[in-house]
Write a protein that binds this ligand. Structure first.
Ligand code: SF4
Length: 623
């Protein structure tokens, strides 16, 4: 039976929206998705909707969300989608119906007036940056650093809002505080837009420390990415960078032999700080010598005792700092010092937790050049989701263009613990059969001795020579991408084209802007280019998928999940590796057709899609 909300939403879409947006076509799958969202918002429950590109997903969930009058949190993974929701969709809906909405950002995006006024620039270049910032502080309404264009990240780190360095209602700037004013808006807004990271941090907080207001409905767009963002927030990262940024705040020996930092006027503490620093330095050397990059750390962890000792040394260093500084500092300095000490304490706590490990978590080292880190994340975030997220909302809606493999949602329901959820698959309104031509190239083995890379380079050069429009080449390995780039770059330049490579001279965002502005762009990209890229018309006519995007079997989370499945008698390849690869393939494939007028070719350079039985699963998933 059609619910009241469903009727209201349908009429709003058919009447208000179509009269306000000339030429707007209501799509069948959009109306269906809106009906399903209306029902679950009204009655409660969990709904997972996979809706292909072009469905008009955002209106399909926003219209019933707004009309319901309920408090709603919408979470996205990317900034692009947040900007679309706040700057376009919600703004437009609010012009037709009276309701409040807001965008919530992480605390460090806002200027802290107390820290700004307490800050004393010491270096010459700092003085001028500080003056510009001071001037901006008098003009800005929101205190959001995104509106401050002369960014000096070291300075902003020192004056951003920080929960450890906040006096809350006791602060003399509390009434003008940008962060707390923003939070008041979040409380008042009916629809609050956040990103997955902020949502996850909030979910981890105890009830009395939550950042986001309570809500009735939680909508997750780009839901395919919730698993990884949530897992990394639940987990622990111990890195050289994290430790050094705390220690440098306390005490840093500058090139000219001068000590700076919060403890610079406490010479008696210098040896204590330096001793902890060198103990930690030795520890990282032992990590590099004793552990292998990306190898799972098991219970008989050789560095366990050393880590526990270090956690103790850190705690005793904190005690010494606390005992030695009483009465030495003014109020603002003391707040900063307490904040740094709190962060150091958290580091010691995480070290202790990491040393012992936790049931259901996987630990591993990352030893890439100078970026040394130890990571620990839950093998599955499902226990956390069922205990902390599901009970907090009447209604949860998850949506994305890629959540199922041929209508089977097991991968996401299993990972997030949402076994009882209702699921829907809605096809894209585009005619993919008509709009896309698929070509499969055989005999390209990218694992071999380089011959395969030569063949791939030839495919790219042949396509480029046709000059049909922009080309996006998706890789699964940075190494293969770099080697291919070396083989094609000169020739592409000579053809008068604009080759660009992820991690090269241009930032990803700039590469996409260049690509949209021309029909001569060629992007070679890995990971992030498989999703979220939206280039239309002749700017993107050819998509080259270099390899089927299977997860790396040596990745710690992959090894750990495979083992869990194997132990419970399940088949890790068919229940995890294959569906994960198909979903990523669908994401990549979806880059080509972004509107009903787009046409183009997809060239797949991995013959397994034809020669292996499972190859059919990839092909079926895209039509
Ligand atoms: S209330 Fe906290 S965040 Fe706001 S100005 Fe004061 S110290 Fe800074």
């Amino acid at each position: 039976m059609t619910s009241e909300l469903q009727k209201g939403a349908e009429s709003f879409l058919q009447n208000e929206i179509t009269s306000a947006l000339v030429g707007y076509e209501v799509r069948h799958s959009q109306a269906e998705m809106m009906g399903a969202c209306s029902e679950v918002i009204e009655k409660g429950g969990i709904l997972i909707v996979e809706a292909g590109t072009g469905t008009g997903k955002t209106f399909a969930y926003l219209i019933p969300a707004v009309l319901s009058g309920k408090k709603v949190i919408v979470s996205t993974r990317t900034k692009n989608l947040q900007e679309q929701l706040v700057g376009k969709d919600l703004k437009f809906l609010a012009s037709l119906k009276d309701f409040d909405y807001a965008l919530a950002k992480g605390r460090s995006n806002y200027l802290c007036l107390r820290r700004l006024h307490a800050f004393t620039p010491t270096r010459r270049e700092e003085v001028s940056d500080y003056e510009v910032l001071m001037e901006w502080a008098t003009e800005t309404e929101a205190g959001d650093f995104e509106d401050f264009h002369q960014r000096n990240s070291t300075l902003l780190e020192r004056v951003c809002s920080d929960s450890d360095a906040c006096r809350k209602s006791k602060c003399q700037y509390y009434r003008q505080c940008f962060y707390y004013r923003a939070r008041a808006k979040w409380d008042d807004a009916q629809i609050l837009v956040v990103n997955h990271a902020l949502f996850s941090i909030n979910a981890l907080m105890p009830d009395d420390a939550k950042i986001l207001p309570e809500a009735d409905v939680f909508i997750v767009d780009e839901a395919h990415a919730l698993d990884s963002v949530l897992s990394s927030q639940i987990g622990i990262t111990l890195s050289v960078r994290r430790f050094e940024s705390i220690m440098n705040r306390l005490l840093k020996l500058e090139e000219r032999g001068v000590y700076r930092g919060l403890l610079a006027k406490s010479p008696t503490l210098f040896p204590v700080i330096e001793s902890l620093r060198s103990e930690m330095g030795l520890f990282w050397i032992r990590v590099k010598e004793g552990l292998k990059d990306q190898e799972i750390i098991n219970d008989s962890f050789t560095l366990m005792e050393l880590m526990q000792d270090l956690a103790e040394s850190t705690t005793s260093c904190i005690d010494t700092i606390k005992a030695s500084i009483l009465g030495l500092f003014q109020e603002d300095e003391e707040i900063e010092l307490k904040a740094a000490v709190t962060k150091l304490h958290m580091f010691a706590f995480d070290m202790e937790t990491f040393a012992h490990g936790m049931e259901g978590f996987v630990r591993w080292p990352e030893l890439e050049d100078k970026k040394i880190a130890l990571r620990m994340i839950p093998i599955y975030p499902r226990d956390f989701v069922t205990a902390n997220i599901v009970p907090a909302y009447e209604t949860i809606i998850l949506t994305s263009a890629t959540l199922s493999v041929n209508k089977d949602f097991s991968l996401i329901t299993d990972t997030l613990g949402l076994a009882g959820a209702k699921t829907r698959t809605l096809p894209s309104p585009f005619d993919i059969q008509k709009q896309v031509r698929i070509e499969i190239k055989r005999g390209i083995n990218l694992l071999g001795n380089g011959e395969g890379i030569g063949k791939l380079a030839k495919v790219i050069l042949d396509e480029a020579a046709k000059k049909e429009g922009g080309i996006l080449v998706l890789f699964t390995s940075r190494h293969v991408m770099d080697n291919t780039w070396d083989l094609v770059f000169e020739d592409l330049m000579q053809m008068g084209l604009f080759p660009m490579k992820q991690g090269g001279d241009l930032a990803n965002k700039t590469m996409l802007e260049v690509m949209r502005d021309t029909t001569k762009g060629i992007i070679l990209g890995v990971d992030s280019f498989w999703e979220g890229v939206d280039i239309r018309g002749n700017s993107l006519k050819t998509l080259v998928i270099t390899k089927l995007p299977f997860l790396l079997p040596t990745e710690p989370i992959v090894v750990a999940r495979e083992e869990v499945l194997r132990k419970s008698g399940r088949n890790p390849f068919y229940e995890y590796m294959l569906p994960a690869a198909v979903l990523k393939f669908k994401q990549g494939f979806g880059r080509l057709i972004r509107s009903k007028d787009d046409e183009g070719r997809v060239i797949i350079c991995d013959e397994r899609i034809q020669t292996q039985r499972y190859g059919q699963r990839f092909l079926e998933s895209i039509f």
